[in-house]
Design a protein around this ligand. Sequence first.
Ligand code: ZN
Length: 219
Amino acid sequence: MYYKEVDKRYREVMAAFLKKHYRYHTMNSWNKSNSYANNIKLYNIDKPADIDSNKCWEMIGVAQWQEKLSSLLEDFGKKHNWLWQAGINGRSGGYVVLYRGGIKPSGYKSYCIHCGQKNYQAVVDGEVGICGRCDARARVNFKQTHMQVFTLPGKEVDMHWDFDGWTLSDLRERVELVQDFDMLSDDLVAAYFDICRNYRITEEEILVPKTIKVLEPIV
Ligand SMILES: [Zn+2]
């Protein structure tokens, strides 16, 4: 639906593909910064005949779909070393947008193997690290520098289409990135249809622990 073949031998064909590609704001309209995007509007997309539209609309709010969506977006980021990331934007989350980003050291030096709590202090050689949260004597140093992902939501991507100074291989790389992004958009829609087809929503009651105030006699 979104993915298109592009003849990557020709500069004009590649530039035309990039220029014609659908775009959307990276933040909001007043920010005036935009990037490659796809309008996937899951709530009113044309659905295959075997899918019940009313039922499908409700699926968007179900936590399991949100998790599936996040994991597909995360896979895309990982594949591009987080330099490029895909995110959801717009009212009702109708648009997938291509973002710039990266990874940097998080500053965390150690973590608790018992509860997972991270700590900015390193455990000194020969000493036992104690967890600040659960008190377990299980805080150990990260073996590799702990990294964190960041996104640059205000940064535009190719807003002015100034491809003239680009080499052919630069252009190819950008086209391949956008094609990969389009493929992700196809995957998102396919995953959504798959859930609509194979699941139904039921309600489940859960018990939530709650703290209340009680009177206790003074003895
Ligand atoms: Zn702990």
